[in-house]
Design a protein around this ligand. Structure first.
Ligand SMILES: [Zn+2]
Length: 249
């Protein structure tokens, strides 16, 4: 499956960065919560995932997150997630950057990851900014409150908010220094992640895309593998393992 130009990049010390988007979660049955897919009661995601909506009606926003958390808690990591967790075990210089907030990569076993849009299993105190895990489904109290008495909010990046500057800096550093960039299930239109393949390519990385459809990233990719993450990634990881074994039998 893999061309020689890619095989020769695969070594035990290879710096591999994987970027994932909504496509891999969709294969686990997680809706994108955008457009028609995101309709809940009569609201669209764009009306609820904002700090303005939260200030106006925190209960409504939390009821929506409680519903989403319920759906996600019933979803399972798919073979694509498991293959990416296997890559973390195979290559010490592995890192994952995900745009997904569902926590499925953690459940699959990934620990070296930047969740650039946050994670809806974490909550943040609106007064102190402290972040804690919260896996309660359904929530006992809506809206949930911190021990200090202030409201908790989902630890996710809402429409109109900036990414965490540390997460962004870390991600750019990883992308600019990698040997191989694997981009999975992302449409390539949401910035700043959409620019990452160009950043990597400019500095000589091999850019590999896995997506059922052609995307703006396809034009910069050295290789695009067309198919579902759950079907393509397990085979890809098997090939990577074989190349590594051949080098270090
Ligand atoms: Zn607090």
């Amino acid at each position: 499956m893999l061309p020689e130009s890619l095989r020769e990049r695969i070594r035990p010390e290879t710096k591999l960065v994987v970027i994932t988007g909504a496509g891999i979660s969709a294969e686990s049955g997680v809706p994108t919560f955008r457009g028609e897919d995101g309709l809940w009661r009569r609201f669209r995601a764009e009306e609820l995932a904002t700090s303005w909506a939260f200030q106006r009606d925190p209960k409504l926003v939390w009821e929506w997150y409680d519903w989403r958390r319920g759906i996600i808690s019933r979803a399972k990591p798919n073979p694509g997630h498991l293959a990416i967790a296997e890559l973390e075990r195979l290559l010490p210089n592995f890192y994952l950057i995900t745009q997904n907030v569902d926590g499925l990569h953690r459940r699959a076993g990934n620990r070296k990851l930047v969740e650039i849009h946050g994670n809806l299993w974490f909550v943040r105190c609106t007064r102190e900014g402290t972040v804690t895990e919260n896996y309660e489904v359904p929530l006992k109290e809506i809206p949930p409150r911190c021990r200090c008495g202030a409201l908790l909010r989902p630890h996710v990046v809402w429409f109109g908010e900036s990414l965490d500057p540390d997460d962004l800096r870390r991600s750019l550093e990883l992308v600019r220094n990698c040997d191989l960039l694997l981009v999975v299930g992302t449409s390539g239109v949401v910035q700043p992640v959409a620019s990452f393949p160009w950043e990597a390519k400019e500095r000589g990385a091999f850019v590999l895309e896995v997506n059922p459809q052609s995307t703006p990233i396809s034009s910069v990719a050295d290789l695009s593998l067309r198919g579902k993450a759950g079907e393509v990634l397990p085979k890809l990881v098997e090939e990577i393992r074989e190349v590594l074994l051949r080098r270090h039998p």
